[in-house]
Design a binder for this molecule. Structure first.
Ligand code: HEM
Length: 529
């Protein structure tokens, strides 16, 4: 590992007298090698406070890992604003303070991750990569919780738990099964664009430093007049983009399943600080009937020729965490964490996500997760919320009467803040329904993406899809071929030919439950999709 680690280990020879080992009550530990026992062969006694404290804390060293994105690496750094959005002052679009002044710096913490498997799974797996950034702004925290790819599998939060169940290991065998993955995807045609990316080399970034990032969902920016635009965020790495073939990934995985974490840690230790430039794409805040897709549909790219990438700042990562668990494992990002001048759109995925993140974090880290230094804003917090497991302070204003832990009050206590700038008050009207959006156009952009790929990327895509689809039920294969044919004639033809020539896998033709009478059910599901 990094040079720094061994230097630090060597430096720990000059401990101050006071820096001796203690237990968590502050009592000195005079013997850390032996249990207290009756005679040196035991038995042990139950009043072994130091031992019981040590072992029972060890028993609780883990919190539940993230239900998705469990494997990750993090780093600290800063964001530096350009003060402009292309030729315009940025204030035309947003009043968010962190963007306003040229060269204004805001501290950040970033966590990169893979999605499906557990906390120590190989970092070479085919999977989207998470790219979550916490900005500690003067107005409180802003989290931009994104991925490396610019689109997503589904467009409605209702489907997320099903999608993740299908992608994660089988509940009986505990083995990831491409038949379950493609069963869901074949029955949810909106996934096809993302499948096209994930099965290409873009599904295995070479490391975290050489990948893009994107907010994926559509957000809004609001200016001081209370006017909004739709916005998408993209991070572009100054290190360039590098993706792997399946074979390259396998070669790395055979020797090292932590290569991306190691690469990030070591680059920062040697002072080779990774940088990303932040771009936005902007659309006026309306439904854009002229487009063949809905601007709130996260399975779609916004065409760059119509909605150019506009640079608004850059980010530099220049400091490794001091402790993985304290900072990286306990970091909690959420799409609801916005500051003044940044807003949600009606993107249905974004709205579902916004409930999910802080909900899971209250369970995963605890009710007071926002008091942990990694999650707490750098700005003073003054709130009447208190109590709950692991509270270690009251977030009271200086001089606040501690008896007045409510609002409103004539006697004192916290007062409501003043609204800054004109409030953004969109008009919302319509029938309450459960319906999918109108402009679905599920395969068109997948075809465009396929045609933009270089030849080696197309070849990899076909060979990776054939490899995994050849293990699947014929009906699933047929549906995936039909989606590819709809996207692009060559894409469909190559996939059909590839599967026709692929060696039939033993289990092809079986559903995961071994029920071959499911034709009708699968057809119905596909129709519905
Ligand atoms: C992590 C839910 C879609 C990016 C998580 C976590 C949950 C979750 C529960 C674990 C959080 C934690 O334990 O701290 C959802 C739901 C989604 C959704 C319900 C759809 C409705 C997406 C999309 C993206 C994304 C579209 C990409 C833009 C991430 C990232 C993390 C994450 C990067 C890891 C954050 C970290 O490093 O701590 N998601 N997610 N998710 N999600 Fe999502």
């Amino acid at each position: 590992m990094g040079k720094n680690q061994s230097t630090e280990k060597n430096e720990q020879t000059n401990l101050e007298n006071g820096d001796v080992l203690t237990n968590r009550q502050g009592h000195p530990v005079t013997n850390n090698q032996n249990l207290r026992t009756v005679g040196n062969r035991g038995p042990a006694t139950l009043e072994n406070y130091n031992f019981i404290e040590k072992i029972s804390h060890f028993d609780r060293e883990r919190v539940p890992e993230r239900v998705v994105h469990a494997r990750g690496a993090g780093a600290h750094g800063y964001f530096e604003a350009y003060g402009t959005a292309g030729d315009e002052p940025i204030s035309k679009y947003t009043r968010a303070k962190l963007f306003q002044e040229k060269r204004k710096r805001t501290p950040v913490f970033v966590r990169f991750s893979s999605v499906i498997h557990g906390g120590h799974s190989p970092e070479t797996l085919r999977d989207p990569r998470g790219f979550a950034v916490k900005f500690y702004t003067e107005d409180g925290n802003w989290d931009l919780v994104g991925n490396n790819l610019k689109i997503f599998f589904i467009r409605d939060a209702m489907k997320f738990p099903d999608m993740i169940h299908a992608f994660k290991p089988d509940p009986i065998t505990n083995i990831q099964d491409s038949e379950r993955f493609f069963d869901f995807c074949a029955s949810s045609p909106e996934t096809f664009h993302m499948v096209t990316f994930v099965y290409s080399p873009w599904g295995i970034p070479a490391n975290y430093r050489q990948m893009q990032g994107s907010g994926v969902n559509t957000y809004k920016w609001v200016n001081s007049e209370g006017e909004a635009v739709l916005v998408k965020y993209h991070w572009e790495p100054k290190q360039g983009i590098k993706n792997l073939t399946q074979k390259e990934a396998e070669e790395i995985q055979a020797k090292n399943f932590n290569h991306a974490t190691q690469d990030l840690y070591e680059a920062i230790e040697r002072g080779d600080y990774p940088e990303w430039e932040l771009f936005v794409q902007i659309m006026s805040d309306d439904e854009h009937p002229e487009l063949d897709f809905d601007p709130l549909d996260d399975t779609k790219l916004w065409p760059e020729d119509q909605f150019p990438w506009i640079p608004v700042g850059k980010m530099v990562l220049d400091r490794n965490p001091e402790d993985y668990f304290t900072e990286v494992e306990q970091a909690a990002f959420g799409t609801g964490v916005l500051v003044d001048g940044l807003e949600f759109s009606d993107d249905k995925m974004l709205q579902g996500r916004t409930f999910s993140y802080s909900d899971t974090q209250r369970h995963r880290v605890g009710a007071n997760y926002l008091q942990l230094p990694i999650n707490a804003p750098k700005k003073k917090v003054s709130t009447n919320q208190s109590g709950g497991q692991m509270q270690y302070k009251v977030d009271r204003a200086p001089g606040q009467n501690p008896h007045i832990n409510y609002e409103p009050s004539i006697l004192g206590g916290l007062k409501e803040a003043k609204q800054e700038g004109k409030e953004y008050t969109p008009q919302i009207e319509g029938k309450l329904v459960r319906e999918s959006i109108d402009r679905q156009s599920n395969t068109k952009q997948a075809g465009e993406t396929y045609r933009r790929f270089e030849q080696w990327e197309k070849d990899e895509l076909i060979s990776n899809l054939v490899g995994d689809l050849s293990k699947c039920d014929k009906r699933i294969q047929e549906k995936m071929i039909a989606l590819a044919e709809e996207a692009d004639e060559e894409y469909g033809r190559r996939l059909r030919e590839g599967l026709a020539n692929a060696p039939m896998q033993d289990d092809a033709g079986q559903t995961p439950l071994g029920n071959k009478d499911g034709d009708k059910a699968v057809e119905d599901a596909v129709e519905k999709g």
